[in-house]
Design a protein around this ligand. Structure first.
Ligand code: SAM
Length: 267
């Protein structure tokens, strides 16, 4: 299956999957049925694409590397359930595409390019038209941050858990890829995705503004960060924190998702 002609582009995060068992496990974790529409980001030389197409689902694969797109379009020309688009995912007009193709529901299944993992996840979760679920290969350390429990939350963990339920399906050794990357990987399944976390766009904006301010200087106390960058006086913020059960000495990473919500509602 190795594509000897293709010169790997490290800058595009090109580490291709070579372990058939891992590919099978991703397909199983995605729980695909024939009527599904799947967006694959970065099909590469098509290792995962092939198995996705074989499920009978409709596959739409977005690849930024023109050389790979040419090969893939040739390879999948005879499959009516596969579309290969030459497209940078970050510039993809998803709502327009969904409307044009009359797609009302879709999933994302991908071995992501790691250099833009969080922007791809945010692109889909924050979309006007989010996916039903996402099954994605990411760097193991990133998967752990995304699924971190209360008390160890980061901005990344909060940004995913605000919208959905992420869980690690399995970890994947570096040797499953070619070339072998320097990091371990993990497959994440992000389910129960809700538009704006079922809240309004305005609330969501405010929530993340507060979270970003809270984390602006990680070593400093939350209260200090909030006093510096919001219109509130220190005493007012102290009162709000006490009211919702946040210790005045707390640092941002110690808060639970629920406490971030309470803070947003009280400010
Ligand atoms: N799916 C293949 C596999 O599992 O073997 C390849 C995965 S590789 C980790 C990531 C792929 O994403 C590469 O093919 C790369 O060219 C592509 N890619 C990188 N940046 C992209 C972008 N901005 N938009 C779309 N695809 C991108």
């Amino acid at each position: 299956m190795k594509n000897s002609k293709h010169k790997m582009k490290k800058s595009l995060g090109q580490n291709f999957l070579r372990d058939e068992k891992v590919i099978e496990d991703i397909i199983n974790a995605a729980m695909i049925t024939k009527g599904d529409v799947i967006f694959e980001i970065g099909p590469g030389d098509g290792a995962l694409t092939k198995k996705l197409v074989e499920t009978g689902a409709r596959v739409i694969a977005l690849e930024v590397d023109k050389d790979l797109v040419v090969d893939l379009q040739k390879k999948y020309a005879q499959y009516t359930n596969c579309t290969i688009l030459h497209q940078d995912v970050r510039r993809f007009n998803l709502p327009a595409y969904l409307e044009k193709e009359k797609i009302t529901s879709y999933k994302v299944v991908a071995n992501l390019p790691y250099y833009i993992t969080s922007s791809i996840i945010r692109f889909f979760l924050e979309s006007e038209t989010p996916p039903k679920d996402m099954t994605i290969m990411v760097q193991k350390e990133v998967a752990e941050r995304i699924t971190a429990k209360s008390g160890k939350l980061s901005v990344l963990g909060i940004s995913v858990q605000y919208f959905a339920m992420p869980e690690i399906v399995m970890t994947v050794p570096a040797e499953a890829f070619d070339p072998v990357p320097q990091v371990e990987s993990a497959v994440l399944h992000i389910k129960e995705i809700q538009k704006y976390g079922s809240r309004t766009k305005k609330y969501t904006k405010k929530f993340f503004q507060i979270v970003r301010i809270g984390f602006s200087a990680r070593r400093k106390m939350l209260l200090k960060n909030l006093t510096k960058s919001t219109k509130y006086e220190k005493e007012q913020l102290q009162e709000i924190c006490t009211h919702i059960g946040i210790a005045p000495t707390a640092r941002a990473q110690e808060l639970t998702l629920k406490q971030w919500h309470k803070l947003t509602q009280n400010m």
